[in-house]
Design a protein around this ligand. Sequence first.
Ligand SMILES: NC(=O)c1ccc[n+]([C@@H]2O[C@H](COP(=O)([O-])OP(=O)(O)OC[C@H]3O[C@@H](n4cnc5c(N)ncnc54)[C@H](O)[C@@H]3O)[C@@H](O)[C@H]2O)c1
Length: 378
Amino acid sequence: MPSPNVINVALIGCGKITLQNHLPGLALCPGVKVVALCDADAATLERARQQTGVTITSTRHEEIVQRDDVHAVIIATPNFTHAQIALDAIAHGKHVLCEKPLALNYANAQAMATAADRAGVRHMSAFTYRFVPAMRYLAQLVQRGDLGQPYHFRSCRLQDWGTRSVGWRQVKQLAGTGELGDMLSHRIDFAHLLVGPMQRLVANLKQWHSVRGGRPNDLDDWVALLAEFKNGATGVLESSKLASGRNESWRSLDSVEINGSERSFVFITGDWNKLQTGKIGGPGMQTIEIPREFWKLPGAPRDPTQGDPLVTFRYDQAWEFVDAIRNQRPCNPSFHDGARAQAVMDAAVKSAETRQWVDLEIGDARTPTTQPATRNIQ
Ligand SMILES: NC(=O)c1ccc[n+]([C@@H]2O[C@H](COP(=O)([O-])OP(=O)(O)OC[C@H]3O[C@@H](n4cnc5c(N)ncnc54)[C@H](O)[C@@H]3O)[C@@H](O)[C@H]2O)c1
């Protein structure tokens, strides 16, 4: 379908991530207008209306997605609502950027991807950490072959959330899974991006606290996966809300190490413009700087020297969505990437329940990055 001159976007869900990421990201994009807001909570909706000045508002997404003056929607609601809102938006021909995890199970995530492909709309999963400059550079180096044959993928996400309430995130019916969907889903996506699809896994989930903030907690506080990839590489992924003293968000540990036949790389989200790397047989790991052309997505309107770089890299996500709509090309990452991560999440839950290895049948998630690496790593 032809892309409009001005892209009119509706925000479904006006909570934390919409205010923190989606609104400022969209505000940077020329030719993009936020024209409608939806939130099931009237007070939250009113706050967002006052903050943005957007006058078309509704507590029901159905009223928003059917509007002819809405071209695209961003879904930033609790996980259990994603699939239905996305399917309704797609049925009305809207482009959709949906928060992770895409759905509560693989069947729903796959249905979203299939419906979006059939409707010919752009579809994107909000795996925001793909936009960290160091991750984009690392993906490029791995794709170019600098790693050699991948041997091991390792990721560790450690935060200190204590026993505080995490709201809908601690209710199985609303969130699906705990730490697995909330935090590990991004790292599963890293693994697919860097190594390719997982083939089998064994997992464990642990709930330490059955009460958070005085209310029942149904879900996992900790998760670990041991995985084999289709190409033979092995993976170890761990994520916890209970790494006491480690702080939260980008002030806490989010690391990926990947070892291959030629060299190793270490990525740490907090070090947005650096990687560590070491050559086989070499003296050990050294730090390399990320070339400036990787500090933002090519063409993105953001000035990477402005603001806190650990916040502002997230705004490139909105640009990716908008640019894909304008140029009628697939979004990167798409619903297919979201569905592949969902397949792994389903398998992890099954494995933890049955205490067995679980086989996976998922396609190759890697899509070419849009920017060539400029120099060889010595
Ligand atoms: N990509 C990332 O890095 C990232 C970071 C944080 C959250 N998220 C994801 O974003 C989503 C939202 O998280 P949040 O932290 O903003 O949550 P939040 O609770 O702050 O906001 C969610 C909002 O959705 C509203 N809502 C609930 N049901 C609705 C419905 N049916 N229709 C319209 N509005 C509805 C709620 O009233 C609330 O205001 C979740 O899926 C979460 O996993 C992603």
